[in-house]
Design a protein around this ligand. Structure first.
Ligand code: COA
Ligand code: AMP
Length: 629
């Protein structure tokens, strides 16, 4: 079918379009209809269905006689090992862990926090929760104890499943002390902890409270799949908003299944039995949708890669993985390619590997800059497909339907809306703007299946964060424009969210941490351009009156504070002490103007600026730091 017809139908007949897709899923009770809008703007998809995610991702493939097919390939240059896990093996592992949870009282709707690195057990833990209708919330390993504590308090899990450690180049990240610290800080205490011990750093387990992964499974019966209703939360995934309190994005079960199945075939062009590799992390939405659920629901083989694009051991690692495992479709963030390009600009290492299995490269998570796209096209000789989405949407808002009707690639654009996403560009007053005009990107409600129905325990915040600025629309927080052919261009965020190496971070959250330093009176954090990571955070610190300490010392402490409170993933290394912050007369800090000064791009100070002389002070301080570069 042609994309244009399919897309038009997905908007004109939402219910019919999505009901046509339900055949990809095994239902206990199929839905009677797709869209339930009786509680709008809280929409539900396939609400009256009964279904189980784990059954669809694991058991049904075994039942269909494909138990011997590899479900997961764990490739870890960090440990020098590669492991293959068949669907039948996965079924046994998942059922056993689900049994361990169920035996200790974890059941339908109970939350389980998962804090694990890129090992197959992370997927086993996610699927075990899905099997018994428990709601998992995976926390990225690069977050510090405080961030973990915030999530424990919000999700109120009955259990935590963690690994003893993660492996980063040059260091072992012991997770257990971070977890213990988080539990001590949190007001909510989980009932028990399950720890998967890794050789690099085994954790000391407290009797009765901390259970060993295998010991917890001893003597308990494996658990069967529990049917849940279509709108049952499959998981909660926290993402950065404008404050230090992350937003708990909820994913409903049935819409998630249907949307991911559609995307595997039509967007990524992958067939069951083929190998799909996403080099991201299970802690991010990309990892949820396309390292764990999407490929497994589709009966493909997923690669769980524990390594980096460079340095593990070299910039040829990605090509080695593609060649070793015959990867058909590969997806990563542009920053990974920038890292490789920096180490191997000529792409010489590509030539050492047979990449003939690879049909397509997908990029997302941040803007795909044209240089990177062109380099990847030239070196790999396959189409490079940028696609745009968010934790909130769970799958692509815009992309190029390579498995259905490949459209011409326009470099700089993630192409066209995916089914059910009615994208409009709006001005500040909420009016649609003509093609080519920059504005806020908004999606007309309802959002399609697979997207967030609300925020965890925060319906009001869901409405104020996303639905209030433009009534009748979901506000994406991104700005951009549509061209005459309906291709979308994503240009910037409209809020205080920045994107560091494809990781979404809140500058507001970092400001909250900096403001807690005893010598800092006022502060601002902005994202400045970075050749490798796209953006990095930069802090501006005004010290309290009377503080006479060496500014460099305070900066050092602030850098350590952010690393300690938010985590290494924040990559907060740049900060400068200034006397004053530029503000409007109403007191709003001019963060965007400061970012422009740091980036060396032309700007016009807003007419409402209180004291333009402060901009010169900021420029002087930045020059001392080597900015603009
Ligand atoms: N657990 C613990 N620490 C982690 C971590 C994890 N899972 N992931 C990252 N970190 C740490 C890193 O070790 C690093 O610490 P350091 O300050 O001590 O060096 C810090 O967090 C920043 O990490 P990262 O953003 O990965 O930067 P890097 O400089 O180590 O590597 C790239 C740069 C480009 C190679 C890397 O960012 C990358 O591979 N990006 C891929 C993008 C991606 O997966 N995006 C996800 C969304 S699709
Ligand atoms: P996350 O929720 O972590 O997936 O981050 C989502 C944000 O990343 C989006 O709102 C965009 O700002 C940015 N983003 C993701 N994909 C793209 C893309 N293909 N092009 C530009 N920005 C992107």
């Amino acid at each position: 079918m042609r994309y244009a017809d399919l897309y038009a139908r997905s908007i004109a007949d939402r219910d019919g379009f999505w009901m046509d897709q339900i055949g990809a899923i095994d239902w206990v009770t199929p839905p009677s209809k797709a869209l339930f809008d009786d509680a709008a703007p809280f929409y539900a998809w396939f609400r009256d269905a009964q279904v189980n995610t784990c059954w669809n991702a694991v058991d049904r493939h075994v039942l269909a006689g494909r138990g011997d097919q590899t479900a997961i390939i764990h490739d870890s240059p960090m440990t020098g090992t590669t492991t293959h896990i068949s669907y039948a093996d996965l079924q046994g592992r998942v059922a056993a862990l689900a049994g361990a949870l169920a035996a200790r009282g974890v059941g339908l709707g109970d939350r389980v926090v998962i804090y694990m690195p890129m090992i197959p057990e992370a997927l086993v833990a996610m699927l075990a929760c899905a099997r018994i209708g428990a709601v998992h919330s995976v926390v990225f390993g690069g977050f510090a104890a405080h961030e973990l504590a915030t999530r424990l308090n919000d999700a109120q899990p009955k259990a935590v499943i963690a690994a003893s450690c993660g492996l980063e180049p040059g260091r072992v990240v012991a997770y257990k002390p971070l977890l213990d610290h988080a539990i001590a800080e949190a007001t909510h205490k989980p009932d028990f902890i399950i720890i998967f011990q890794r050789d690099a750093a085994t954790a000391t387990l407290r009797d009765g409270y901390d259970l060993d992964w295998y010991a917890a499974q001893d003597g308990v019966p494996p658990a069967d799949c529990v049917p849940v209703s279509g709108d049952h939360p499959a998981y909660i995934l926290y993402t950065s908003g404008t404050t230090g309190q992350p937003k708990g994005v909820v994913r409903s079960t049935a819409g998630h299944l249907v949307a991911l199945a559609w995307s595997m075939k039509n967007l990524y062009g992958v067939n069951p039995g083929e190998v799909f590799w996403v080099a991201s992390d299970v802690g991010w939405v990309v990892g949820h949708s396309y390292i764990c659920y999407g490929p497994l629901i589709h009966g493909a083989t997923t690669v769980v890669f524990e390594g980096k694009p460079v340095g593990t051991p070299d910039a040829g690692t990605f090509w080695r993985v593609i060649s070793d495992h015959k990867v058909a479709s590969f997806f990563t963030a542009p920053t990974a390619f920038r890292a490789i390009k920096r180490e191997d600009p000529q792409g010489l290492l590509v030539q050492n590997y047979d990449l003939s299995s690879l049909r397509c490269l997908y990029l997302a998570g941040e803007r795909a800059d044209p240089d990177t796209v062109i380099w990847a096209q030239e070196k790999l000789g396959v189409p490079v497909i940028d696609h745009w989405w968010q934790t909130e949407t769970g799958w692509a808002v815009a992309g190029n339907p390579m498995g259905l009707d490949p459209l011409p690639v326009k470099i700089g654009s993630p192409s066209v809306p995916m089914p059910g996403y009615e994208i409009h560009i709006l001005d500040e007053a909420g009016h649609k703007v003509p093609a080519g005009t920059l504005g806020a990107i908004a999606i007309r409600l309802p959002l399609p299946p697979g997207t967030l129905p609300t925020l965890w325990n925060a319906d009001a915040r869901f409405q104020t964060s996303y639905l209030t600025t433009f009534p009748g629309y979901y506000e994406t927080g991104d700005a951009g424009y549509l061209d005459d052919d309906g291709y979308i261009y994503i240009m910037a965020r409209t809020d205080d969210v920045i994107n560091v190496a494809g990781h979404r971070l809140s500058t507001g959250g970092m400001e909250e941490v900096l403001a807690a330093h005893p010598d800092v009176g006022e502060c601002a954090v902005v994202g400045v351009a970075d050749d490798l990571k796209g953006q990095v955070p930069m802090g501006f610190l005004c010290l309290n009156r009377g503080v006479t300490r060496d500014a460099a010392e305070v900066v050092k402490e602030c850098v350590a504070l952010v690393r300690d409170q938010i985590g290494p993933v924040a990559a907060f290394r740049l900060a400068v002490v200034v006397d004053r912050l530029p503000k409007t007369r109403s007191g709003k800090i001019l963060r965007a103007t400061m970012a422009k000064i740091a980036d060396g791009v032309a700007f016009k100070p807003p007419a409402t600026i209180d004291d333009p002389a402060i901009l010169d002070e900021i420029a002087t301080a930045l020059r001392a730091l080597g900015y603009p570069k």
